[in-house]
Design a protein. Structure first.
Length: 380
């Protein structure tokens, strides 16, 4: 089966430096270098589409533009790219969310994917009027997904749950196709929700041994529910013709990390209730030393950015090998990003994807209409 690659739309702004923020911390000033206008985001989306990325993830939270509205606008400037829209179940009713998804599918020709984010920061949730604790938020997510999936199947739904209630809920028009649901979480209750409801379980870019443990954990929980789940990983990339060039770029990013900013971001992230964020912080411990935590896996991004904090760094061949290593564990989908997102999409799309294609691990999803540059390998 061909590997699936998604890119990222930086709705918090873009730069040649790392734009920090997320998980309760604000976007850093570098996000103003390239504001997240529809024109710029559409430029990234069109590049990703041409290069062979299937979809593009958009984040959610107070630190970025709204994902639903932004992707709806950007979708009108693209033809085939799907949008992995991150949203928080506690902020919208399940019936309305199911209806929004159905509308999105019809208006874009079936180009919606949903990334369900339960929310690991109580202080940020409260700013939106959500005062449940973390475990209660996950239980609500389970009820939410149960309602939404039943509505998508055309059922009339009534539920009186612990957190959600609907009566005689029904969609006038069901989505076609039904959007796939992506989801991540490292706490015990997150695993339970994933096993019962989601199509793709996403993990952040931890070293392969830790990723293998997560896959085995969720796969086992899903088997008990009589289900199978696919697996994806969220990573940044810095890939160049040579390893030396790639690491020079990584060190250039690191040199741009102001010590006060690092200290402030780390203090903010330390308040996070997210188990996944805790695991990300443990990879670097707030230190600039020993950031290569596995061959070609660099934890430097996490010094100034919440959420996904690791990057694959190396030559095109080395990055392709690390992708194959994760694939051997069971990872089928890769959600990638890089600074700046426009240029880095080309580095990866023209450098790494052709190498994977030559080995039979990837094929351009729009091969009949795509430019040959994204299909033909080149040598450095």
């Amino acid at each position: 089966m061909s590997l699936t690659f998604h890119w990222f739309l930086p709705t918090n702004g873009d730069s040649r430096h790392v734009v920090g923020g997320g998980h309760g911390t604000p976007a850093t000033a570098f996000g103003r270098n390239r504001p997240p206008t529809v024109a710029y985001l559409s430029q990234i989306a069109r590049a990703a589409e041409d290069l062979g990325f299937v979809g593009a993830l958009t984040p959610t939270g107070a630190w970025c533009e709204d994902a639903w509205l932004t992707t709806a606008m950007v979708s009108q400037h693209t033809e085939r790219l799907k949008f992995l829209v991150a949203f928080r179940p506690g902020f919208v009713s399940p019936t309305l969310a199911a209806q929004m998804a159905s509308t999105f599918q019809r208006q874009t020709g079936g180009r919606l994917l949903l990334n369900v984010v339960t929310g690991g920061e109580s202080h940020e949730q409260r700013a939106y009027g959500d005062f449940l604790d973390k475990d209660a938020r996950y239980r609500r997510t389970g009820e939410f997904l149960q309602i939404v999936r039943d509505l998508w199947e055309g059922k009339t739904v009534g539920l009186s749950g612990e957190h959600l209630q609907v009566e005689d809920a029904r969609l006038a028009r069901v989505p076609d196709p039904v959007p796939e649901v992506y989801f991540g979480g490292s706490s015990p209750i997150a695993g339970e929700i994933a096993a019962r409801h989601v199509d793709v379980y996403l993990t952040w870019g931890e070293p392969p041994a830790q990723v293998a443990e997560k896959i085995a954990w969720v796969r086992g929980l899903a088997a008990k529910e009589g289900r199978t789940v696919r697996f994806g990983i969220r990573l940044h990339v810095i890939t160049r013709d040579t390893a030396e060039q790639a690491w020079t770029e990584a060190h250039k990013l690191l040199d741009g990390f102001d010590p006060d900013t690092v200290k402030s971001v780390q203090a903010g992230l330390a308040r996070s209730e997210s188990e996944g964020q805790r695991r990300m912080l443990a990879l670097h411990g707030g230190s600039r030393e020993d950031l290569e935590i596995h061959p070609n896996l660099w934890a430097g991004i996490g010094l100034v950015r919440g959420g996904a904090g690791t990057a694959l760094v190396g030559s095109h061949d080395e990055v392709a090998e690390r992708i194959k290593e994760y694939h051997a564990l069971g990872i089928e989908e890769f959600v990638l990003s890089g600074y700046p997102h426009l240029e880095e999409a080309y580095w990866f799309g023209e450098g790494v994807l052709p190498r994977l294609a030559a080995q039979g691990l990837w094929q351009h999803p729009f091969a009949l209409t795509s430019a040959p540059a994204a299909q033909v390998p080149f040598t450095s």
